[in-house]
Design a protein around this ligand. Structure first.
Ligand code: ASP
Length: 323
């Protein structure tokens, strides 16, 4: 009898799940950006959402839930109902590094379902214009000669800009003094105003200010130049050979979200990334499209696990302090 009730209950759940998926989405979807409005994650989310809303026939509303390097925003999605109406956008920092730095109260792999891998962003080393260095070599000399550490803006301990800073310190032996913000949008405002010295930023965030010459760029952290900022050398060309880092992004939903709903979100995001107008917007920002054979939910899940295995030991060894 008990077994029969359980079987009936399971069948009801399965039926309820598929009915939910069939009508999905029947009202607006919230896309939680875990950093400030106007920053690189926010910009990617808005370009994507604009196209996804045409495919899904429902609005995607951006909600910026900021703080603690994006871990608060991801937590908001983990605790949401697993119905596809609350989606998390994040990156190597929020969905990998933060698990090694913060006591999150959730598990980045077990408590979320991967949806799709999104474009990646090479980093760019930028300073306020008042820094006297003109090349990457001169910048490194200036940073080494400074009596006190230079200030480096980040989006918090564990964010992309912070991981890039740790990597830079590691390779050059330079010490930086990190200044955490709720995203690199406000960090960039302070860089332009001369309040902080440098950011190792996502290219898409800094690129407009670099073109406007309100800040100075030294190098992009990739093995090839970014087409839309082609006068900025690569780190290899600038003398920091092998200093490469691109910050990949992705979409997730709460665990137990029905597979059909995950598939609908995946298809809408892939559609957006295949659209020439969307690709052009991403490429103008210096973003690189993910490989076509890495676009399934499973591929993002495998990639996230591989990145956790790669980065956690390094981050734990760096003994990162949460400011
Ligand atoms: N992605 C963050 C933002 O949107 C910045 C970072 O991770 O450094 O502000």
């Amino acid at each position: 009898m008990r077994k029969a009730i359980l079987v009936a209950f399971a069948a009801l759940l399965a039926f309820g799940g598929s009915a939910l998926a069939e009508n999905y989405p029947s009202h607006p979807i919230t896309l939680v950006v875990p950093f400030s409005a106007g920053g690189p994650t926010d910009a990617m989310a808005r370009i994507l959402a604009d196209h996804m809303r045409t495919t899904l026939g429902q609005n995607l509303v951006i909600e910026n839930v900021t703080g603690a390097a994006g871990s608060l925003g991801v937590g908001r999605v983990v605790r949401a109902a697993p119905d596809g109406y609350t989606v998390s956008i994040g990156h190597l920092g929020t969905h990998v590094a933060n698990g090694a730095i913060y006591k999150l109260g959730y598990d980045l792999v077990a408590d979320l379902e991967p949806v799709v891998l999104l474009p990646s962003n090479p980093m760019i080393i930028v300073s306020k214009n008042a820094v006297p260095a003109k090349t990457l070599k001169e910048l490194i000399e200036w940073l080494k000669a400074k009596p006190s550490p230079a200030t480096a803006g980040t989006a918090g301990a564990g964010s992309g800009s912070h991981i890039a800073g740790l990597y830079f310190e590691n390779v050059t032996g330079i010490k930086l003094q990190y200044v955490p913000y709720r995203g690199t949008a406000p960090a960039l405002t302070d860089l332009v105003a001369g309040q902080i010295d440098i950011i190792i930023d996502q290219t898409s965030n800094s690129i407009a200010q670099v073109r406007a010459r309100t800040i100075r760029a030294y190098a992009v952290t990739d093995d090839k130049r970014v087409e839309s900022a082609s006068d900025v050398p690569t780190t290899d060309e600038g003398g920091l050979s092998g200093f490469h880092m691109t910050l990949w992004s992705g979409l997730w939903v709460p665990k137990d979200t029905p597979k059909d709903i995950v598939a609908k979100l995946n298809a809408a995001a892939v559609d957006a990334m295949n659209d020439p107008a969307v690709r052009k917007k991403f490429e103008d920002l210096g973003l690189q499209m993910p490989p076509r054979d890495k676009l399934s939910p499973q591929a993002l899940g495998d990639w996230q696990k591989a990145e956790i295995a790669k980065w956690w030991p390094m981050i734990k060894a760096a003994n990162v302090k949460v400011e």
